[in-house]
Design a protein around this ligand. Structure first.
Ligand code: GDP
Ligand code: MG
Length: 367
C-alpha cells in the first residue's frame, strides 16, 4: 500500500535494514524489507533508534492556519504579477515601471535583480513579483496560496491575444486573482488596442467601459506612455480588494526566488504576507533553516525589518529553498530547526516513494 517500506526507512535513516527488521519484530510487527510501514510504526522505530521523526501529512501541514483578530489587521500594499505572451513586453514594462518608481524615489541607484521590486506612486507602494515562468504560480495555487493580489496581463496591441495570453487568463481566473490589462506597444503604427479589447471578451476579460469588470490601460513600455496611469489603475483595483494583514506577529510568506551565491551562500528573496521579519529571526522555508543574517532590498540597501507585502533578499539559510516554498518564523529556533529536519527527512522518503511509484505506474500504463 502507501507507506514507507522498511528498506526505504533504513536508507532514509542511514541504518542497516536488519536493525529495523529486528526492532519491528521486538515491537510485535514482523515485516520484511519490501513491506510498508504505517506512519505510527515509522515514528516508533525511529524513536527506538534515538531519532525523532514526525510524519506530517499534507493535510496536517495545510491545516495549520494563522488566525488574526480583525482589529489587528492593517492595510497592506498590493502584490502584483505581470503575465502575458512572450515578446508582448513583460520585461520592458517592468523596466519602465521600475524606472518610474526609481525616478520618484530619487534613489537612482543600480537596481539589482532579486525577483521582485517595489515601486512607489502617490506615496503608495506596489510590489511586483517577477514570474520566471508560470510554474511557481501554478505550484502556489495548488497549495491554496495566493501569492499575488492582482495580475497585470500584457497584450501587445500589434499582435493581440496569443496562446500564453489565454494561459495567463486561465491561471488568474483559477486562482481568483483580478486582471488588469496593459495593452502594450501602443506607440506602434499598426497598434490596434480596440481589437485587443474585442478579442479578450471571448475569454471573459471584459473592459469596465463595456460593462465588464476588468480595467484596461493603453501603454507603451517604450515611450512610457500610460505607465503612471497603469500604476494608478493597479492601486484602484487594490482598493477594491481592501488588502490587509497583521504586521505585529511572527513573519510568514513565500520564497520568490532562491540561489546559491558564491560569496554569500544561499540567498533567497522572501515575500512577507503576514507579520514582520527581522534580522536575527529563525525561519524555515521548505527544508531550509536559518537565522536571518541580513536583509537587502532591490537597491542593495540593508533593511532591518520587512512588513507585509515587502520583498527582500535574505541571507543566513543553511540551504537553498525552492521558489514557491512557504516560509515561517519561529519564536524558538529549535522548533524551526526541528521542522526543517522533519521536512528534509520526509522529502527523502517521498523521493524514494516516487522512484517506486514511477516504476509501478510506468509498468501498468504500458499494459
Ligand atoms: P517579454 O518576452 O514579454 O518579456 O517581452 P520584452 O519586454 O522582452 O519585449 C519584446 C520586444 O518588444 C523587445 O524587442 C522590446 O523592445 C519590444 N517592446 C516591448 N514593449 C514595447 C513597446 O511598448 N513598444 C515597442 N515599440 N516595442 C516594445
Ligand atoms: Mg521577458
Amino acid at each position: 500500500s502507501e507507506g514507507v517500506t522498511v528498506a526505504e526507512l533504513a536508507e532514509a535513516l542511514d541504518v542497516p535494514a536488519n536493525d529495523i527488521i529486528k526492532r519491528l519484530f521486538l515491537l510485535g510487527s514482523p515485516l520484511t524489507m519490501t513491506q510498508s510501514m504505517s506512519n505510527d510504526l515509522v515514528e516508533l522505530v525511529a524513536d527506538d533508534l534515538g531519532r525523532q521523526i514526525k510524519i506530517i501529512t499534507p493535510e496536517e501541514e495545510n491545516s495549520f492556519t494563522f488566525y488574526d483578530d480583525p482589529e489587528d489587521l492593517k492595510p497592506r500594499p498590493p502584490v502584483v504579477t505581470v503575465m502575458g505572451h512572450v515578446d508582448h513586453g513583460k520585461t520592458s514594462l517592468l523596466d519602465a515601471i521600475r524606472h518610474t518608481g526609481i525616478a520618484a524615489h530619487e534613489a537612482g541607484g543600480i537596481t539589482q535583480h532579486i525577483g521582485a521590486s517595489q515601486v512607489e506612486i502617490n506615496g503608495r507602494q506596489i510590489t511586483f513579483v517577477d514570474t520566471p515562468g508560470h510554474e511557481a504560480f501554478t505550484a502556489m495555487r495548488a497549495r491554496g496560496a495566493k501569492i499575488t493580489d492582482v495580475v497585470v496581463l500584457v497584450v501587445a496591441a500589434d499582435d493581440g491575444v496569443m496562446p500564453q495570453t489565454v494561459e495567463a487568463i486561465n491561471h488568474s481566473k483559477a486562482a481568483g486573482v483580478p486582471i488588469v490589462v496593459a495593452v502594450n506597444k501602443c506607440d506602434k503604427p499598426d497598434a490596434n488596442p480596440d481589437r485587443v479589447r474585442q478579442e479578450l471578451v471571448e475569454y471573459g476579460v471584459i473592459p469596465e467601459e463595456w460593462g465588464g469588470s476588468n480595467m484596461f490601460v493603453n501603454v507603451s513600455a517604450k515611450t512610457h506612455q500610460g505607465i503612471d496611469d497603469l500604476l494608478e489603475t493597479i492601486l484602484l483595483q487594490a482598493d477594491v480588494l481592501e488588502l490587509k494583514a497583521n504586521p505585529d506577529t511572527f513573519a510568514s510568506g513565500y520564497i520568490i526566488e532562491a540561489k546559491l551565491d558564491r560569496g554569500r551562500g544561499p540567498v533567497a528573496t522572501v515575500l512577507v504576507n503576514r507579520g514582520t521579519l527581522h534580522v536575527g529571526d529563525a525561519l524555515v522555508a521548505g527544508t531550509s533553516f536559518g537565522r536571518v543574517r541580513a536583509m537587502i532590498d532591490q537597491h542593495g540597501e540593508h533593511k532591518t525589518a520587512a512588513v507585509p507585502s515587502d520583498a527582500f533578499e535574505i541571507l543566513g539559510l543553511d540551504s537553498v529553498p525552492t521558489a514557491g516554498d512557504e516560509f515561517r518564523v519561529f519564536e524558538d529556533d529549535r522548533d524551526a530547526k526541528k521542522l526543517a529536519d522533519e521536512r528534509a527527512l520526509k522529502a527523502r522518503i517521498e523521493e524514494q516513494n516516487k522512484v517506486k511509484h514511477v516504476t509501478l505506474e510506468t509498468l501498468f500504463s504500458e499494459m
